[in-house]
Write a protein that binds this ligand. Sequence first.
Ligand SMILES: [Zn+2]
Length: 496
Amino acid sequence: MADALQTLQLGHRPQGRTLLTASWVVGHKNSGHTLLRNGEVVFENGEILFVGHGFQGEVARRIDFGNTLISPGLIDLDALSDLDTTILGIDHHPGWAKGRVWPRSYVEAGPYEMYSQEELAFQKRFAFSQLLLNGITTAAPIASLFYREWGETVAEFDAAADAAGELGLRVYLSPAYRSGGMVLEEPGRMVPVFDEERGFHGLKDAVAYIERQNGRHGDLVRGMLAPDRVETSTLALLQRTDAAARDLGCKFRLHMAQGVMEVETVKMLHGSTAPVWLAKAGLLSDRLVAPHATNATEEDLRLYVENGVSIVHCPLVSGRGGSTLNSFSACRSRGLNIAMGTDTTPPDMLMNLLVGLITCRINDRAPDRVRCAHLFDAATLGGARALGRSDIGHLSAGARADIAVFDLDDLFMAPSIDPITTIVTGGSGKITRAVFVDGRLSMRDRQVAGLDLQKARTQAQAQYDGLIAKYPERSWANPPVSEIFPPSYPIEVANA
Ligand SMILES: [Zn+2]
């Protein structure tokens, strides 16, 4: 009975064995997903005991989810973790004129944190809850450094680890660092400036953070190093990062082959593309997770495959910015491991899978080279492989109990012939009914543990308004907000 779901406590593991049933269950056989009609999943503590039909053992409770899909939780390796700012630029271009690159005047005045430590902690907790609402159970957070004094801070990541533990979200964390940044010298002319020592310092803090936090909250928290973008990292910083990742046994994520400005800057600094530059230095390996590959050359992709690099595909944010992975199906056929990311608002993985399907078919100029299941694989098995984990991304005995339940009867969903096709073409995480992470009930009917989401939404708007108000001082020639972000239509107000 679904009523048994209501008796569970958010943020906690139910006592004893829990058996879930639904009209469809994603099972696992021979390293690939299967579909079980009227299947069962049994878990106890954090581990799955059984996936199949007709479980014979005793259980403490049975929860029948009806016409739903019981799915592995989705894995998001470029997970939105702030109050999204790319949305600010959606209709406002070019980015350098709209506060997306620090003008020289702002650098000389001394960049400062746009948010207080409390606000930084709040936005992570709020974003984590949004990920859970969308059926995401594992997240490697990403946020923009444009709004920071320099890198991310240990204090906010300590708070983020606690937020993940309290909400029940599996996370890969450490503060992002960098050895440089882009500065706008005059309209349209951006140059990189470096402060390598600051980068080393950030790496040292991140390593200490991982040593201290790795395995906390019942192993929900693990480490991943996060040098922030290849064009603002020096070779020495990346060499030390790779060595640290090897010592810690963790991955590092580095954005590259993802934008025109980056490709041009790296070419100017190093004479090649970023993947070629790193390959020459011996820094491409399966320790590297590299969003977004939208600007990757044939040679870049070949080097990724040869060296076991995983990419993170974020089709919504890329497509909205006018770029795509060219193409998802071609990368897949080469044997490149593709993970998925949300990276922007809405942090909706199912929406990303739909956009990924569409953009791939546009690039292929053909409808038959990519299937919904390929995108679903990327958001589950691909993400797990990028993290080097065989115990998440699929449902089978011995795997962690990371589960998302998607409602196939939702009024917004079309009648279905296949549950995977239905959830991908439906394109909305709003059908997520319940989420379990490591056996904890982390989301039920749009509620999460310890956070009133309605109140949090109001707080998020107020915090965002405060950020926007600070835009003029960090935009070229300091125009007022109304000029940086003109409204979609003229605004009319009542006479006083
Ligand atoms: Zn990204």
